[in-house]
Design a protein around this ligand. Structure first.
Ligand code: ACO
Length: 448
């Protein structure tokens, strides 16, 4: 018997289908193939009895499941290609500004001059945060991790803008997006100053985005802060490189949390906390800690042996779920590192990083597993050269990623196919069993 599935992607016609025969009862099903995928819901019709829930796909860690259709970022992991809205990352890094890229990610096209000017003006206007946020941040301990502080303060912003919950009002979405892009660098700088025990510095809205951020980081008693041009360019380029990366762990968190229709401040805060993890954005911090712990070029070979044995740690900054060749961002970052070292002097551990890369790229263990440097491998050396503390590195990743998260969040909201994200599970626990009280403990007395 052939059963044709009725569910197929809207606006798409297809003549291709996957023929599936259920070995349990010999029934054959024809599942439409659209864009090289079948719909997991089409599997549900495959049953052995009326009471059967139907077939599900089991895919821990989303290794082979597309959770959305997206027109924002394209990655070809085998070819080492990354494009935002069709534009190669190399061209954007060389020629665009970060706020232009933020507009592009959200709107799909580059802004006109007047659109860009208005966008920059709006974002610049909203850089200040409520004074209570300052007091809120003062409550953190001196050694609080800046990512904890950043995530909490972005979540706290949601309480300052309760109207942000009207997510289907385009005007509210617009102002929330502008506020987030404007205020996250300010919050990030406040976190930095808190960690350093320095007085908070207000935004200087005469300055462009990257320079304004650096001013809030580094300004002391001077009336006007002029950032080093190479540093400002490095921050701008790094912001562009980190602005989006399609459906990674933190973007998935933003989409999943946002799918509950919570306000974007809360959804973005979830993204920050997901990014914090050492297997994701937190890797840039771990790379530097790893390089520091290796200590000398002569220890690199032994360290690599330990990595390969599986007994030690992984080679942080290497490997990627999607890139199975050189991460195109890593190539740009490596070049940028040399420009920054031109100002600061050569990094004392660059040799260790280069040796790690050299051995790893020629070692069968890494070649067979297609493990190449990812974006985080060299960023830490740049950040350290610019005197950012190691614990702050992931914050420098989070600031620009807000642009991507917001574009992805809005795309998800406006996608008619999306609903609250709710995966299925395969239950592996006990069947029903009876509770018998064995402990002595106090429970609230029943009755009046
Ligand atoms: N060092 C040593 N071995 C590694 C590394 C590494 N960095 N990464 C993967 N492997 C090995 C695994 O041990 C495994 O080997 P096996 O097949 O013998 O068991 C194989 O390569 C496949 O690894 P997985 O963990 O299955 O790959 P996955 O796609 O799940 O992991 C990840 C990707 C998390 C990025 C991983 O490569 C890793 O841990 N890298 C180090 C951390 C890091 O740099 N993260 C930043 C990623 S970029 C970003 O998020 C911004």
């Amino acid at each position: 018997m052939t059963t044709t599935a009725t569910t197929s992607a809207p606006h798409t016609t297809t003549t291709e289908a996957l023929e599936v025969t259920d070995g349990r009862n010999g029934k054959t099903y024809s599942l439409p193939i659209v864009d090289g995928t079948i719909r997991a819901l089409d599997l549900k019709q495959i049953k052995v009895s009326e009471n059967d829930f139907g077939m599900m796909a089991y895919d821990p860690a989303f290794m082979n499941t597309a959770s959305c259709r997206s027109a924002i970022t394209y990655i070809d992991g085998d070819a080492g290609i990354l494009r935002y809205r069709g534009y190669p990352i190399e061209q954007l890094a060389e020629k665009a500004s970060f706020l232009e890229v933020a507009w592009l990610l959200r709107h799909g096209e580059l802004p006109t001059q007047s659109e860009y000017d208005q966008w920059v003006k709006d974002i610049t206007y909203h850089t200040y945060v409520h004074e209570n946020i300052k007091h809120f941040l003062e409550g953190f301990r001196y050694d609080a991790h800046p990512m904890s502080m950043l995530g909490s303060s972005i979540a706290a912003l949601s309480s300052f803008y309760p109207e942000a919950k009207h997510i289907f009002d385009p005007a509210q979405r617009e102002i929330s997006i502008v506020r987030l892009l404007a205020k996250v660098p300010t919050l990030a700088a406040l976190c930095y100053r808190h960690v350093k025990g320095l007085p908070f510095v207000y935004p200087d809205n005469d300055l462009p985005y990257a320079e304004n951020f650096l001013s809030m980081i580094a300004r002391m008693s001077e009336p006007k802060y002029a950032a080093n041009r190479v540093f400002a360019k490095a921050i701008e380029v790094l912001f562009i490189l980190h602005a989006d990366h399609e459906q990674n762990c933190s973007t998935n968190a933003v989409r999943a949390v946002g799918s509950s229709h919570v306000d974007p401040f809360s959804a973005v805060a979830a993204g920050v906390m997901a990014l914090y993890g050492p297997l994701h954005g937190g890797a840039n911090e771990q790379v530097l800690r790893m390089i520091e712990s290796i200590g000398s070029v002569k220890n690199v070979a032994a360290f690599i042996d330990e990595v390969k044995s599986g007994k030690g740690q992984r080679l942080m900054g290497f490997g990627h779920r999607v890139y199975k060749s050189y991460d195109p961002r890593a190539r740009i970052v490596k070049q940028l590192a040399y420009e920054v070292f031109g100002v600061t002097g050569m990094d004392r551990d660059l040799e260790i990083a280069l040796e790690l890369e050299r051995i790893a790229l020629s070692d069968p263990y890494f070649i067979e597993r297609k493990l190449y440097p990812n974006v985080d491998f060299y960023t830490g050396l740049i950040y350290r050269a610019m005197k950012f503390p190691t614990s702050y590195f992931t914050v420098l990743f989070a600031i620009p990623r807000v642009a991507g998260w917001l574009a992805q969040w809005e795309e998800m909201l406006l996608d008619k196919e999306q609903k609250i994200a709710r995966p299925r599970q395969i239950y592996t626990g006990y069947d029903e069993r009876q509770f018998a009280a064995t402990l002595e403990h106090r429970r609230p007395a029943k009755g009046p």
